[in-house]
Design a protein around this ligand. Structure first.
Ligand code: UTP
Length: 236
């Protein structure tokens, strides 16, 4: 069966600490995992940023702030494991090798952050390479990669397709500090450039879009692929 790695932004799953955003994801992820080997990496969202801002007021350095962010991503990941119940491997996985072993269970494997200086997008990109994913999906609050921030610039254009090298040019000037909210982590983009696994960046607010995309191969978002080929239908 095809292998899918999803980077699920904390701001999507936990815009607040509440049930409504998690509930639709439970059934969608469970159904996707019946047909695919599925890995989900959960982000820290607003809660991580709140903790990091508070730590900075006490003079915390960036690496310490990253450690706080990682803890929040793991807390969010733990909540998703609990919500998925028996569909998920019962523990949040702390490194990529253990993720491979946990996948033997046939259940959804859930991770959070692992190491300072990056984001969960990078964790997911390395995981995609490690598990030989057919597709890496980044579910964020924006429906793709734009030429500029669409929330600030109304003339910003969404790319339907691009290469990882082109994406690298978009992210290269991003500022890398703890809790930063960027298009995509540069480490993640370097990883997909190196491994050539197709990346689909799409809006995660409505999980039924994700399911429809996997069923039909039609997407609204940005496909990042080295050969420009549409990866659907996914291969094993
Ligand atoms: P993320 O930036 O991955 O959260 O982690 P997120 O939810 O995906 O972000 P949004 O809401 O979608 O934009 C939060 C913070 O945790 C630290 C970083 O400081 C990061 O900004 N972190 C996370 C690490 O240092 N290492 C990791 O492996 C993961």
């Amino acid at each position: 069966m095809p292998t899918i790695v999803i980077s699920l932004g904390g701001s999507i799953l936990f815009p607040g600490i509440d049930r409504p955003n998690i509930i639709p994801y439970i059934s969608v992820l469970t159904r996707i995992s019946a047909k695919n080997r599925l890995f989900v990496v959960v982000g820290g969202g607003g809660t991580a940023r709140d903790y990091i801002s508070l730590a900075r007021t006490f003079g915390a350095d960036e690496a310490f702030s990253d450690e706080i962010g990682i803890m929040v991503t793991r807390l969010n990941a733990t909540m998703l494991v609990g919500a998925l119940g028996c569909a998920a491997y019962p523990q949040v996985i702390l490194n990529h090798n253990d993720a491979l072993c946990a996948a033997e269970s046939g259940k959804i494997v859930v991770m959070g952050g692992i190491t300072p200086g990056q984001t969960t997008d990078a964790v997911a990109a390395v995981l995609a390479e490690r598990v030989h994913a057919s597709l890496f999906i980044n579910l964020t609050a924006v429906d793709g990669i734009y030429s500029a921030d669409p929330r600030k610039d109304p003339t910003a254009k969404r790319y339907e397709k691009m290469t990882a090298t082109e994406l690298l040019k978009v992210v290269i000037d991003q500022h890398a500090v703890a809790g930063v909210n960027t298009v995509m982590d540069i480490v993640a983009v370097k990883m997909i450039e190196r491994c050539g696994i197709p990346l689909l960046v799409m809006d995660g607010k409505d999980p039924s879009l994700l399911e429809k995309t996997l069923e039909t191969g039609k997407y609204v978002g940005t496909l990042v692929s080295s050969d420009g080929e549409n990866p659907f239908p996914l291969k094993n």
